[in-house]
Design a protein around this ligand. Structure first.
Ligand code: ATP
Length: 505
C-alpha cells in the first residue's frame, strides 16, 4: 500500500494547497483513500483538523472510526462549515453520492467552496470518497476528480508478498507471477479479499486456487457494471473460412506475445480491428478466437451501460472502463455492435451530445494508445457510423465479413458436424454447398444442430447428406429473411476501403 500511495499523497496535498475546494475520490476502497488523505493532511499542516461524515453512521472520528454524533449530512455540514476560519480543516464525506444533489447539501458545499476560494483566513477542503460518481451541475466547477490508479504488476506482487508474510506462507516465483497476472484490474482491497478466501479454503495459497482467483475476479469486474470478462471454448480452428483475417491475426499474435521486444525493435503496438458485416457470419466468434490466439482474457465493453444521468458521469465511466481494461491488460477488449453505441453522432445528425463526447474520448484513446489492450469492435450496419471511425489509423485494419462462399460453407458445416462427432467422408460436399447458397454461418450451424437432433429422435446412428438436405430445404436463410438489410450493408461497404476477411472475395 505504501508504495502505491506515495506519490498520490503528494498530489492530493498539492491540490489542497492550490485551494481546490472539493476533491472527489471516485474509489471503493476507503482504507486506501484514508491512507492517502492522512498522509496528505500531515504534509499540508501538522495542526489540521479532519471531520469525517460516513453515510451509515453520521459523524465519526477519522482515525478510529468511533461514532461522534448521529446526524444527517446537512446537519454535519452546517455544524462544521465554519471550522475553516479557526484552523486548516478537512471535511471528509464517505459514500454520500446519493445525497449530493439535495438542495441543502449543494448550498452548504457551495458556501464552503466559496469561502475557501475567496475569504481570507478560511481554509477548508471537502474530500468526497465514493464508489459512485455523481456531480451535480451546480458544483461542477468546484469539484476536482482525484484518481487512485489500480495497482500495477509490481504493486500487486508486493500486496501478495505482504499477505504471504503475514500468514507465514510461501509460493514459487512462477506461481506468484501467475497470480500477479490474474489480479490485474483489481484494487488492493479486492486482492486481499480474494487471497483471504483462497487461504480460508485450503489453509494455503497454491496452484489449486487459480480457478478461484479468476472466478472471484470475474465477479468483481462484473460488479463494476462497465466491463465483463467473457468465458468460452472456441478457438481460431472453430472459424470456417475468413482466411485473410485469420492470417492477419496470426501475424499480430507474434507481435502481441513478445510486445516488449517488438516495441524495442520499432514495431508499432497493435491497436485492434473493426469487423463489419453480415449477421451470424463469425464476427463475435472472431473476437473470442482472437483472445484465445493471443492467450489473453476477453473483456466485453457495453457502451450503452456507460451512459449516466449526471454531468460528466458518462465520460468518467468511459474513462474508468478504459483504465480498467488497461489495468487488466494484456487483454482483448471486445466492443460488440459498436454501431449501436456510436450511431448517428456528430453535428446535425440529431445524435446525443453525451454520446458524441464519449465517441471523441474513445477515438482519442484509440489514437494515442500504446498499451496491450487489443480492441476488437464488431458491427453489422455501418450506415449510421461516423466516418471518422472507418478511417485507417484508428484501427490497424477494417475487415469485411460477407456471407460465406462455397468453400467456406463446406468448412463451416464440417466444423459443426465434427464438433458433434457425426462427421463422415460419405457426406456429399458438392450437394451441400449447392443447397446452401446464401446461408450464414449461424444458419449452417442451425441446420447441423437440427439434423443431428432429428437423427437422434428417429433412432438413426449418424447423419446423411439427404437428412441435411431435408433440413436445408425447410430453412429460411438470412439471404431470405434479411434481404434488404444485406443489400444495404453491401452497398455501404463499397464506399470504404475495407479489407475482405475471406480470400476468394
Ligand atoms: P451478429 O452480428 O448477429 O452478432 P456474428 O457475426 O457476431 O453475428 P457469430 O456470433 O460469430 O455471429 O456467429 C453465430 C454462430 O454461428 C456462432 O456461434 C458459430 O457457431 C456460427 N458461425 C458463424 N460464422 C461461422 C464461421 N465462419 N465458422 C464457424 N461457425 C460460424
Amino acid at each position: 500500500m505504501t508504495a502505491m500511495t506515495k506519490a498520490l499523497d503528494d498530489l492530493l496535498a498539492s491540490y489542497v494547497e492550490a485551494l481546490f475546494p472539493i476533491i472527489y475520490i471516485h474509489h471503493s476502497d476507503y482504507v486506501v483513500a484514508d491512507d492517502i488523505i492522512d498522509k496528505a493532511v500531515k504534509k499540508v499542516s501538522a495542526s489540521a483538523k479532519i471531520f469525517e461524515f460516513n453515510n451509515a453512521r453520521g459523524e465519526v472520528d477519522f482515525f478510529t472510526k468511533a461514532p461522534r454524533l448521529a446526524c444527517t449530512l446537512q446537519e454535519f455540514l452546517s455544524l462544521n462549515a465554519d471550522a475553516g476560519f479557526e484552523h486548516q480543516t478537512f471535511i471528509v464525506l464517505k459514500g454520500v453520492h446519493n445525497q449530493l444533489t439535495l438542495d441543502e447539501v449543494v448550498a452548504h458545499l457551495k458556501i464552503i467552496s466559496d469561502n475557501n476560494l475567496y475569504r481570507d483566513g478560511y481554509y477548508a477542503t471537502v474530500i468526497i470518497v465514493s464508489e459512485k460518481l455523481i456531480i451535480p451541475f451546480e458544483l461542477e466547477n468546484y469539484i476536482t476528480l482525484f484518481d487512485i490508479p489500480l495497482p500495477d504488476s509490481a504493486q500487486i506482487g508486493e500486496i501478495i508478498r505482504i499477505f504471504l508474510r503475514e500468514n507465514m506462507l510461501s509460493i514459487s516465483d512462477e506461481l506468484l507471477s501467475e497470480f500477479v497476472l490474474s489480479f490485474k484490474g483489481l484494487n488492493d482491497f479486492q486482492i486481499r479479499q480474494i487471497l483471504n478466501l483462497a487461504y480460508q479454503d485450503g489453509g494455503d495459497i497454491s496452484n489449486a486456487d487459480r480457478a478461484l482467483v479468476l472466478n472471484e475476479k470475474e465477479q468483481f469486474i462484473k460488479k463494476t457494471e462497465m466491463l465483463e470478462i467473457v468465458n468460452f471454448k472456441e478457438t481460431i480452428d472453430d472459424i470456417g473460412g475468413l482466411e485473410r483475417l485469420k492470417a492477419w491475426l496470426g501475424k499480430k499474435r507474434v507481435i502481441f506475445s513478445s510486445m516488449d521486444k517488438a516495441l524495442k525493435f520499432g514495431v508499432d503496438s497493435p491497436k485492434g480491428i473493426m469487423i463489419i458485416g453480415m449477421p451470424g457470419c463469425g464476427k463475435s466468434l472472431t473476437a473470442k478466437a482472437t483472445s484465445k490466439l493471443f492467450g489473453v482474457q476477453l473483456v466485453r465493453l457495453d457502451v450503452g451501460r456507460l451512459l449516466g444521468k449526471y454531468v460528466g458521469e458518462s465520460e468518467e465511466n468511459m474513462r474508468k472502463a478504459l483504465t480498467l481494461a488497461e489495468a487488466i491488460s494484456p487483454c482483448v477488449l471486445w466492443i460488440d455492435e459498436i454501431e449501436k453505441a456510436f450511431a448517428g453522432i456528430g453535428p446535425g445528425s440529431g445524435g446525443h451530445e453525451v454520446t458524441t463526447r464519449l465517441f471523441g474520448h474513445f477515438l482519442t484513446w484509440m489514437q494515442e494508445k500504446s498499451n496491450t489492450v487489443f480492441v476488437v469492435a464488431t458491427a453489422n450496419d455501418i450506415t449510421n457510423l461516423p466516418p471518422e471511425f472507418l478511417r485507417k489509423g484508428r484501427f490497424d485494419e477494417l475487415f469485411y465479413v460477407d456471407l460465406p462462399n462455397d468453400e467456406e460453407r463446406l468448412k463451416i458445416i464440417e466444423i459443426h458436424v465434427k464438433k458433434r462427432g457425426k462427421w463422415s467422408s460419405d457426406l456429399n460436399a458438392y450437394s451441400l454447398v449447392m443447397a446452401t447458397n446464401g446461408f450464414s454461418g449461424a444458419d449452417l450451424e442451425a441446420v447441423v444442430k437440427e439434423t443431428i437432433e432429428n437423427a437422434f429422435i428417429n433412432g438413426d446412428d449418424g447423419i446423411t447428406t439427404k437428412m441435411l438436405e431435408n433440413v436445408i430445404k425447410e430453412t429460411k436463410s438470412i439471404s431470405v429473411t434479411l434481404k434488404e438489410k444485406i443489400l444495404k450493408i453491401r452497398e455501404k461497404i463499397q464506399e470504404y476501403d475495407i479489407t475482405p476477411a475471406s480470400v476468394n472475395k
